[in-house]
Write a protein that binds this ligand. Structure first.
Ligand code: NAD
Length: 495
């Protein structure tokens, strides 16, 4: 079985370490083995990033931008290969994997505008003969720690901006689908990125803790589950690092009585079951305002579930693939098994779907009359399970969303612009869709949730990433005439 190497200082490193199997979740077959880095291996990667830092910082902005222009072309050309890698290790269907590449590409395009992004500000004559300007300088070595569910897009959320801003990076991708990160590092190299600027180490808690504690690592970008995000935030902050840690979600879709039925049902099924629900922006709760809307939309969703083709994502025409591991399948099915006892009506039970072979499949589940104190409502399931909660009014639906632990994304479906505007104003979530079920912001905006969906104060990619990955320096300048120079022990005032 092929070993997925680390990438340290431009070298492919097959360190003799603990090995973990990477599966193809559609077949259950062992696909690759990945080394789980020791402290020493991670320290080597940090040292390589630290060594490359002065060179990369000195590299002109034009040369840096050229890397991103080249990378954009390469990513476009190699999308089919990248998509196949993602499908083989993650399980999502090929088209969805290509969509992930396209969304990651937005971050590369954003980074290629780095000459504009890194511009400082200047104010002339703030005091007599005194000018002030600011510059944005890199923070140093950045650690990027990513989840399994977007093995291309989420690394690109972080590393594109971090590298554009003049930092060097140690990327620690998910150990469950790590091949895509090595492929991205190869493409960066082909695009002209010097060795050592982007390093990739595979591993688990040992690797992560080494990054969190290393004095040379100055900033941590993390995306993953909420308990780990909170841990990362606290440990990195205690070590004096800047940190952004994005966590889990429970995204609600509020469906008003006037919503278009077809639009709503199409959106709900796509956003709930796409990528088998393993998206942090998946819709997992449909809040129907009024029994009439619930009674109309549920049959529409059921009929669309019947048409879904579930199977190996590498086969053309498949709509939904497997879950990432047998443990993920067991966890999701555990929630479904407990739903009825918690008071929900099980309209479609994903466990009833039959699959051949040893893939980690479960079918789509639809639950109605879900109680808001139940586990299936309160907790992130991260699988193809859609819970319908019935409320009587907009206010009741809003209160439900605002009182939930998570506040990543949310959406309203309505034909009423006034209600939509009010929702935008009232709702406590970082990303809001109006008739858009998965409102992932385009790369020129930043991505981030509220409440337990994000620890730290900076959203990821886009304009906020430039602040996160740079330190600003403000320079005050005076060119005094020596003839007019005199001693003045007073605090400088602006006059
Ligand atoms: P995870 O938290 O298990 O793993 C994320 C990363 O943390 C991986 O690199 C993993 O190796 C590392 N890790 C795991 N356990 C650790 C520990 N005890 N100590 C230190 N590091 C540890 O998440 P996952 O299962 O890979 O991804 C799914 C989760 O990510 C879901 O909760 C999903 O909502 C969330 N997610 C959030 C966003 C967002 O933007 N908010 C985006 C994608 C995924």
């Amino acid at each position: 079985m092929a070993l997925i190497p680390h990438v340290i200082g431009g070298e492919k490193v097959d360190a003799a370490e603990r090995l973990q199997t990477v599966f193809n979740p559609a077949t259950g077959e062992k696909h690759h083995e990945v080394p789980i880095a020791s402290v020493e291996t991670v320290e080597q990667a940090i040292a390589a990033a630290q060594a490359a830092l002065p060179m990369w910082r000195r590299t002109s902005l034009t040369k840096r931008a050229n890397v991103f222009f080249n990378l954009r072309q390469l990513l476009k050309q190699r999308t089919p290969e990248l998509s196949a890698i993602v499908t083989a290790e993650h399980g999502k269907v090929l088209e969805d994997a290509a969509g992930e590449v396209a969304r990651g590409l937005e971050n590369v395009e954003f980074a290629s505008g780095l000459l504009n992004l890194l511009k400082g500000e200047r104010d002339e004559q703030v005091s007599t003969g005194v000018d002030v300007h600011s510059v944005k300088q890199p923070v140093g070595v950045v650690a990027a720690i990513t989840p399994f569910n977007f093995p291309i897009m989420v690394p690109l959320w972080m590393i594109a901006s971090a590298i554009a801003c003049g930092n060097t990076v140690v990327l620690k991708p998910s150990e469950r689908d790590p091949s895509a990160s090595v492929f991205i590092a190869d493409l960066f190299r082909e695009a002209g990125l010097p060795d050592g600027v982007l390093n990739v180490v595979h591993g688990d808690k040992v690797a992560v803790d080494t990054l969190l504690d290393a004095p040379d690592v100055k900033a941590i970008s993390f995306v993953g589950s909420t308990p780990i995000a909170k841990y990362i935030y606290e440990r990195a902050a205690a070590n004096g690092k800047r940190v952004q840690a994005l966590g889990g979600a429970k995204n609600h879709m509020l469906v008003m009585p006037d919503a278009d039925l077809k639009v709503t049902a199409d959106a709900a099924i796509s956003a709930a079951y796409g990528a088998a629900g393993e998206r942090c922006m998946a819709v997992s709760v449909l809040v129907a305002v009024g029994d009439e809307m619930a009674d109309r939309v549920i049959p529409e969703i059921v009929s669309r579930i019947a048409d879904l083709k579930i199977g190996d994502g590498a086969v053309a025409g498949t709509d939904m693939g497997p879950l990432i591991t047998p443990e993920a399948k067991a966890r999701v099915e555990g929630y479904v098994a407990g739903a009825a006892a918690e008071g929900a009506t099980v309209v479609v039970d994903g466990r009833d779907f039959k699959f051949e072979g040893n893939g980690f499949f479960t079918g789509p589940t639809l639950l109605d009359h879900v109680k808001t104190d139940s586990k299936v409502y309160r907790e992130e399931i991260f699988g193809p399970v859609l819970a319908v909660v019935r409320v009587d009014t907009y206010e009741e639906g809003l209160e439900l969303i605002n009182s939930h632990q998570f506040g990543n994304g949310t959406a309203i479906f309505t034909r009423d612009g006034g209600v939509a505007r009010q929702f935008e104003f009232d709702v406590e979530a970082g990303m809001v869709g109006i008739n858009v079920p998965i409102p992932v912001p385009v790369g020129s905006f930043s991505f981030g949730g509220w409440k337990d969906s994000l620890f730290g104060d900076t959203h990821i990619y886009g304009p906020e990433s430039v602040n996160f990955y740079t330190r600003s320096k403000v320079v005050t300048t005076r060119w005094p005439n020596p003839d007019q120079s005199k001693v003045d022990l007073g605090f400088p005032s602006n006059s």
